[in-house]
Structures are given as C-alpha cells and as structure tokens.
Design a protein around this ligand. Structure first.
Ligand SMILES: Nc1ncnc2c1ncn2[C@@H]1O[C@H](COP(=O)(O)OP(=O)(O)O)[C@@H](O)[C@H]1O
Ligand SMILES: N[C@@H](CCOP(=O)(O)O)C(=O)O
Length: 354
C-alpha cells in the first residue's frame, strides 16, 4: 500500500542571551515535508527520490537527494540501521517558512526533519533519545536540534563520552554525511559512523503562556559557522560567572506569571557570544541596549537569536513598538529588517496520512 506522511519541524531560537549552546526555544515557523512512498511491483526498476521545494531558501537548496541536507541525514540514519538506500520512487515536497542563516535554526530543523524522515522510511521506531544522538552527530551544539525535536523552552548538555565513543562522535561531518553518488546502488562500501548512545540529555523548563517572541530579522544572512569563528576559545571567570548567574535565574523567571521584566531584562544579558558577534551585526549593541522595559512597556528582555543576525525580543505586549524602533536603529546602520510575532510551540510532529 502506498504510504503518505508529513513531518513538521519548528524553527528555534538558541542561547536566549546567557545560555550559549545550552538553551533553545521552539517557535511558530515550520519546515514541513510531505512524503509519499509508493507501493510498486517487485520488478519496477529503482528510481532515486524526487524532491520539490517551496518557500524560504527555494532558490538555493539542492534538490538532489544525495546533496540535500535533509535527505542526506535521512540516508545516514537508514545506513546506520542497515538499510542502504531510499525506497524507490520516493517523493518529498518540502515547504519551508524558516529563513536561512538568520539565527532561527533552519539547519537544525533540516537535520531533525532528516532524522525523522530516516526513522519513518526505515520504520525504525527509534526513541527520542536515539533520534537526538543522530542529530547530534551532524549538528554538534544541542540547543537548536533538541528544541526543534521536543519543543518548548529546553536546556540540554552533551554527555562526556569515553574514549572510544568520543572518537566515534568526532568523525568529520563530511564522513557522517558523504554526498553519496546517485548511481552507486546499494553497495557504497563506506560504513557510516554509528552514533554512540546517549550523547545528549535535556530538560524542558516551564514557560509563561503570555510571553511571545518578536523576531526582528535583518535582510542578510550570517552563517552559524562564520559567527562561531569569531568567538574566543577561553573566557575569564568573571564573564562565565556573569552568564551562569543570569542563566540560572532566567530558566525559572520565564515560567513565572506574571513575568518580571526587572528580573528578566538583566538575566538575558550575555558576555560569552554577543560581544564578539557585534562586528558581524551592525546595530546589535544599540538595539539590545536602547530597547528596554522602561522605554517599551511589555518588553521583558532582548538578545541575539542563535548566532544572529536576528534579534529576539521576549514580550507580553507592545510588539509593534519594539519592532519598529528596532527597525529605526537598524536602518541607521544601513540594515533593513522584517519582523514577526511568534508563539512558543511544541516539538516536531510526524503525521500519517491515509
Ligand atoms: N530546509 C533545508 N533544506 C536543506 N538545507 C537547509 C535547509 N535549511 C537550512 N539548510 C542549510 O543550512 C544553512 C543555514 O544554516 P546555518 O548557517 O546554521 O543558519 P541557521 O541554522 O541559523 O539558519 C543553509 O544555507 C542551507 O545550506
Ligand atoms: N549556540 C549556537 C546556536 C546557533 O543557532 P543558529 O540558529 O544561528 O544556527 C551559536 O550561538 O552558535
């Protein structure tokens, strides 16, 4: 019987100020795959997947299943589970609302979509923890992928692995995700590195339902890799303590009703990544320091979203004033923006269609 299913993965905002590589928030923009696996007579010649794509990134995303990030991740999951190739005549339509390279977790969503696709195509029934292991072999910071998979406001850490497991987990991404040749058939020779078990661990924090996220999205891309290259490799104790103090308070403060702007605004400050990224994002220090709960009633706190360039303002009201004043500051620096008010949503959903 022909199988049809959809996979819907949310956008995410990582860090939320002091929680660099630790916390993530799932947001109401989605990457949605609609998948069909036709039932075919046994003697039908093999045909590789056909991908169509609409929405954000449509002009740049590869439609070759052996080059596309999502399908390469799916094939990696299948191959680690002894299934060497995609089902024949597979069709996938991807519709994407998450802008590329803006700090809203587009690559994390593509990776989670791929892990869930592999899990469905192979009927693997992997538990959430194992799905996360696969995602963490590809995207090494857990904040985006964990929030995209399980949803909500999430904190995660990577387990320290023993020597053998760390070696397996430190395989270069090019080996985890080789660009398999489309005509190579079932016997590619290369054995994929199977992830160690239990790489990532997470907990979901509470979230006060009245808090929404205003995403202020500059009209330029900044790759996460570039925005990580500018970070130092060591920090002063003073700066680490500054962030730890704020993160500890923030994870509970965002669950309280009514939320306290006096507590949250200060708790969303950061000294680990934002100061080093300001050279890549004109207007970043001005937007985060000029828009405050005193000047903008309803604002709780403001930070860089993920690696940027998007700015995330958490607020209970006054969304338009926050975003339009951020627009003025960015415009003064020659940067145009778009903005959206987003909800905090649940995690990825796989739905079988009849
Ligand atoms: N839906 C998708 N399908 C395929 N590739 C994607 C998809 N979404 C993102 N990517 C890849 O991820 C890149 C962006 O990743 P990254 O620099 O980490 O930024 P961010 O995750 O903040 O949007 C894109 O340029 C593209 O190569
Ligand atoms: N902790 C990471 C988060 C990157 O998120 P993205 O949405 O920009 O990919 C970082 O700050 O580098």
């Amino acid at each position: 019987m022909t199988r049809r299913f959809s996979i819907r993965v949310p956008a995410t905002s990582a860090n939320i100020g002091p929680g660099f590589d630790v916390v993530g928030l799932s947001l109401s923009l989605y990457l949605t795959l609609t998948v069909t696996v036709p039932a075919l007579p046994d003697d039908t010649p093999y045909q590789p997947p056909s991908i169509t794509y609409s929405g954000e990134g449509a002009s740049e995303v590869p439609l070759d299943a052996y080059k596309n990030l999502t399908t390469r991740v799916a094939l990696y999951v299948l191959r680690c589970n002894h299934i060497p190739y995609f089902p024949s005549h597979l069709t996938i339509h991807a519709h994407n609302e998450i802008p590329f390279g803006r700090g809203l977790g587009s690559s994390g969503a593509a990776v989670i979509a791929g892990v869930l696709l592999g899990n469905e195509l192979g009927a693997l029934r992997l538990p959430v923890e194992r799905l996360l292991d696969f995602a963490l072999m590809v995207e090494r910071h857990p904040d985006n992928v964990t929030a995209a998979l399980v949803g909500g406001f999430v904190g995660s850490y990577l387990k320290e692995l023993d020597e053998e497991a760390s070696e397996a987990a430190s395989v270069p991404l090019s080996e985890v995700l080789p660009e398999y040749p489309p005509d190579a058939g079932a016997d590619w020779g290369l054995k994929p590195p199977v992830p160690p078990h239990g790489i990532g661990h997470y907990v979901r924090f509470g979230w006060a339902g009245c808090i929404k996220a205003v995403a202020i999205i500059p009209r330029f891309e900044l790759s996460t890799a570039t925005a990580r290259e500018v970070l130092p490799t060591s920090y002063s104790r003073k700066d680490l303590v500054f962030n730890l103090q704020r993160l500890a308070v923030l994870t509970t403060a965002l669950a309280q009703t009514p939320p306290d702007p006096g507590l949250i605004y200060e708790a969303m400050k950061d000294r680990v990544h934002q100061p080093y990224r300001k050279g890549l994002i004109p207007g970043l220090p001005e937007v985060t320091s000029c828009i405050t709960p005193a000047t903008h009633p309803g604002l709780l706190g403001i930070c860089l979203s993920g690696a940027g360039p998007t700015i995330l303002a958490l607020a209970t009201s006054g969304f338009e004033a926050i975003a339009e004043d951020a627009r003025k500051i960015f415009r003064g620096k020659g940067v145009e923006i778009d903005w959206k008010v987003l909800e905090i949503v649940g995690g990825s959903v796989v739905e079988q269609k009849s």
